[in-house]
Write a protein that binds this ligand. Structure first.
Ligand SMILES: Cc1cc2nc3c(=O)[nH]c(=O)nc-3n(C[C@H](O)[C@H](O)[C@H](O)COP(=O)(O)OP(=O)(O)OC[C@H]3O[C@@H](n4cnc5c(N)ncnc54)[C@H](O)[C@@H]3O)c2cc1C
Length: 461
């Protein structure tokens, strides 16, 4: 018998915390998880899931237009934001219920409260005013949207947290940021008929992605009517009547209905009592962990966004699972973060896995690039000037495909399957040996023949 109340106490019932709790319990551990908001965490409650539902909603406007080219006459269409929100909330409630039931079925005690640490084995439950003890503690508290403090009137801005519950859709919105959340919400608002401006401080959106995708997506977003401005810095947001007046550094003033900041997320590590007991935290608030998610205090572990290794749900889940296997099943697993297939649910969608052209050149020197840009078959009938783009980055020496970068419909779905090949170290020859699926866009991936002759790409800011 352990001398503690629990073998494992998990703080945060999001993607990482829930997986870790259930796996640890399945190996016989006595587990409790504390959640201060809603079980399911960011992804389910106010992240991936509601975001994707909004993306679906926003795509209908183009679908209605495109239908005409195929002989359809679409009557008058109307959109109800209130109905979308209500239906989305219903679905989120359903998922929240499933997460709760799964934890309960696994024998995990759910404690609805904020939890902070008193010492390395004592957790204080703020909502209940009591303490519990545990042998091992897992911090899975995720991250929070970050608002810059140097913008006057920043209190008028919203983040993705509020965007999921806006009472009304504004006529005009400014989205600030260049990361995937900014880009996705820009597509959502624009597709729902809101006049949308995307303001970003540097040259190109989506830093860290392949340059062709960055440039290609900016072009396509502009074609769809997004007012995309780079080198744009907001200095002040003022409320005037029912509107917001947004002043930029160059003196431009934009009148808008809402300002949505998506300028990054900060790990939730402060105010938990971690520094006081010696857990090392980096400058960016990420908890420092080793390959097994162990912090500088040996019985305390951390997984997911709070460690800022790769802020994605499947990674948080893997880290949670690996932690539970390592600590409660004597089966040490270190998560490999080197190849991560991922999608951006922008419009058009992006899918990417492995190294960008720039990274591959730096790491491998001699590389071959294969790329193609074409009008997808569907748009030969709709007249829409949208391009699909595909690119393979190949190591010249080993012929291994180091990276695949896609822009176009279903890129997220395609990249999941291509991710298997890239993870397995497939070569260009093996891609070529694969029989094409016809007619599809993805067949280009196995039929690309001509090497792209450089100009060599430099990564922009
Ligand atoms: C708008 C948006 C869209 C996204 N889209 C995608 C996507 O398409 N694909 C993808 O892979 N990822 C996406 N993400 C990222 C994904 O949501 C996160 O990577 C993932 O949720 C991280 O899981 P986690 O377990 O680390 O933390 P979270 O899921 O954030 O869970 C942390 C939980 O801890 C709770 N908590 C915090 N502090 C305490 C405390 N002291 N006591 C008790 N409870 C506490 C929080 O309330 C929260 O429920 C998106 C994120 C956002 C914001």
């Amino acid at each position: 018998m352990t001398k503690y109340d629990y073998d494992l106490f998990v703080i945060g019932a999001g993607s990482g915390g829930v997986r870790a709790s259930r796996i640890a319990a399945s190996h016989g551990a006595k587990v409790a998880v504390a959640e201060e908001y809603r079980v399911g965490g960011t992804c389910v409650i106010r992240g991936c899931v509601p975001k994707k539902l909004f993306v679906y909603a926003s795509q209908f406007s183009e679908e209605f237009e495109d239908a005409e080219g195929f002989g359809w006459t679409v009557g008058e269409t109307r959109f109800s934001w209130a109905k979308l929100i209500a239906n989305k909330d219903k679905e989120i409630d359903r998922l929240n219920g499933i997460y709760i039931r799964n934890l309960e079925r696994s024998g995990v005690a759910i404690i609805q409260s904020r939890a902070i640490l008193k010492d390395a084995h004592t957790v204080h439950l703020v909502g209940e005013g009591r303490d519990v003890t545990a042998d091992k503690i897992l911090i899975a508290t995720g991250a929070t949207p970050f608002l810059p403090h140097d913008v006057k009137g920043i209190e008028h801005a919203i983040t993705s947290n509020e965007a999921f519950h806006l009472e009304e859709l504004p006529d005009h919105i400014i989205v600030v940021g260049g990361g995937y959340i900014a880009v996705e919400f820009t597509g959502i608002f624009n597709g729902l008929g809101v006049k949308t401006a995307l303001l970003y401080r540097a040259d190109r959106i989506l830093r860290g992605f392949d340059e062709d995708l960055r440039v290609g997506l900016m072009d396509e977003m502009r074609k769809k009517g997004v007012d995309l401005r780079t080198h744009a810095h907001i200095t002040e947001i003022e409320r005037k009547g029912g509107k917001l007046h947004v002043t930029l550094k160059d003196g431009t003033v934009i009148e808008t209905g809402a300002v949505h900041y998506a300028t990054g997320r900060k790990p939730n590590s402060r105010g938990l009592g971690l520094e006081e007991i010696g857990v090392s935290i980096r400058k960016n608030d990420a908890i420092e962990v080793d390959a097994y998610s162990q912090t500088s205090v040996p019985n305390i572990y951390a997984v997911g966004d709070v460690t800022d290794r790769a802020a994605l749900t499947p990674i948080a889940i893997r880290e949670g699972q690996a932690f539970a296997e390592t600590v409660f099943n004597n089966n040490p697993i270190a998560v490999d973060h080197s190849v991560i297939p991922t999608a951006v649910f922008s419009q058009p969608e992006l899918g990417t896995v492995g190294l960008t052209e720039h990274e591959a050149r730096e790491k491998f020197g001699e590389i071959d690039i294969y790329k193609t840009s074409f009008r997808p078959m569907k748009h030969t009938m709709t007249g829409r000037e949208e391009k699909t783009f595909m690119k393979l980055v190949v190591d010249q020496k080993s012929e291994r495909v180091l990276g695949v970068h896609l822009m176009g419909p279903s890129s997220g779905e395609i990249i999941q399957a291509v991710g298997i090949a890239v993870t397995m170290g497939a070569t260009k020859k093996q891609f070529d040996q694969t029989v094409a699926v016809h007619p599809s866009a993805a067949e280009e991936l196995v039929t690309l023949k001509e090497k792209w002759a450089p100009p060599v790409q430099k990564a922009a800011d």
